[in-house]
Design a protein around this ligand. Structure first.
Ligand code: C2E
Ligand code: CA
Ligand code: CA
Length: 345
């Protein structure tokens, strides 16, 4: 933390660049190839801005720094009014979210998954969160999950979803329902909690749920950087009877290395991501080979974001096991999912 006089913002960013350069040079001479990332926030005070206390200045610089924390590499950011508005909105959302959690306004929706080799059979579901807001109606996760991830509230929400899923699955089995595969999402913050494996395993045991049917989904970005920890967690989860899947495979930094080292059970390929490619033929070559590679590693593949029967036909031929996509069903409230299950027999 420090105060600097400046005339133009450019002087500050140039200073930051010089600092970064010096840092990397000293790393090079020390023959240390692991670069340190530098992340800095600035709050500028011009005479016409009036008086601000040092505390307020530091708070604003911190806000700027937090806005880029977690991004890859180094960078600096300036405090802006819109950043402050966004922070206020996120704080309000967090307070409202805490209250909503107590009031039971979050509901699990179920998106069915279908095995496609040899017919199309409903084999399970992914549990996806919806906020049933008394005034705003159904709010999709993209509108609150990012803020909850920043504040840490996501951990409580994930655990709440998991508990709801377990409760329902117990009822389903008690009512004579057939075994299904139920998957929930786990966020980075949840994975890093010391009691992560214990919480999930104890909840599974509390409802006496069988091994091999509850699946925990984590995104590939979680595994990157902390591979040793991730490996240990996957091993512990296996011991406690969980299935582990890598979500959004192929969407981030490349993940082929992860497959080499991690004993995961399921790979989720988001087909919509691959659709961004211009040449369909090349897209299919890539998808087909990822599926082939996964099969050789004894990893099951779930294709997500599948919207056409044409894609289903291709995926079946390419050896993909399971499809989860609008082509068969959208995420739905529990009652609809139960009806769908009954219809399937
Ligand atoms: P995700 O885990 O990758 O979940 C799949 C998302 O893809 C869902 O969006 C689903 O509705 C959507 N989807 C599935 N098939 C298709 C398709 O054929 N076409 C299109 N266009 N979309 C399809 P949703 O429910 O809006 O969830 C978005 C994201 O929010 C999820 O992505 C997940 O990252 C996060 N999320 C949802 N619920 C939870 C939760 O309980 N905990 C955590 N940590 N994250 C959650
Ligand atoms: Ca998921
Ligand atoms: Ca996904």
């Amino acid at each position: 933390m420090g105060l600097r006089r400046y005339r133009e913002r450019r002087e500050l960013t140039d200073w930051f660049d010089r600092l970064l350069h010096a840092l990397h040079q000293s790393e090079d001479t020390a023959a240390n190839l692991t670069y340190i990332g530098l992340c800095m926030g600035f709050c500028c005070l011009a005479p016409e801005d009036g008086a601000l206390t040092v505390n307020e200045l530091v708070n604003r610089a911190n806000m700027a720094q937090k806005s880029i924390k977690g991004e890859a590499g180094s960078g600096c950011a300036f405090f802006t009014e819109s950043l402050r508005r966004q922070n206020l909105q996120e704080a309000a959302l967090e307070a409202e979210g805490k209250q909503a959690l107590r009031l039971g306004q979050f509901q699990p929706y179920f998106q069915p998954k279908f095995d496609i080799q040899g017919g199309e059979r409903l084999s399970g579901a992914e549990v996806l969160c919806r906020w049933i807001h008394p005034e705003r109606g159904v709010i999709p996760p993209c509108e609150f999950i990012p803020a909850f991830e920043k504040s840490g509230l996501i951990v409580q929400l994930d655990r709440y979803m998991f508990r709801q899923a377990c409760q329902w699955y117990r009822r389903h089995l008690d009512g004579g329902g057939r075994p299904l595969n139920l998957a929930v999402n786990v966020s980075r913050a949840g994975l890093l909690r010391e009691d992560f494996v214990d919480y999930y395993a104890k909840t599974k045991e509390e409802f006496s749920l069988p091994d091999g049917q509850l699946e925990l989904e984590v995104t590939e970005s979680l595994a990157l950087g902390g591979e040793t920890l991730f490996l240990q967690l996957v091993q512990q989860l296996h011991q406690r009877g969980f299935v582990c899947s890598l979500d959004d495979f192929g969407s981030g930094y490349s993940s082929l290395n992860l497959l080499k080292n991690l004993p995961i059970d399921v790979l989720k390929l988001d087909i919509l991501f691959f659709h961004k490619s211009v040449d369909k033929n090349r897209e299919r070559i890539v998808v087909r080979n990822i599926i082939q590679m996964a099969r050789e590693l004894h990893i099951r593949v779930i294709a997500e974001g599948v919207e056409s029967m044409d894609s289903v036909a291709f995926l079946r031929e390419a050896g993909c096991d399971t499809v989860q996509g609008f082509v068969f069903a959208k995420p739905m409230p529990l009652a609809d999912f139960e009806r769908r299950l009954e219809g399937e027999g």
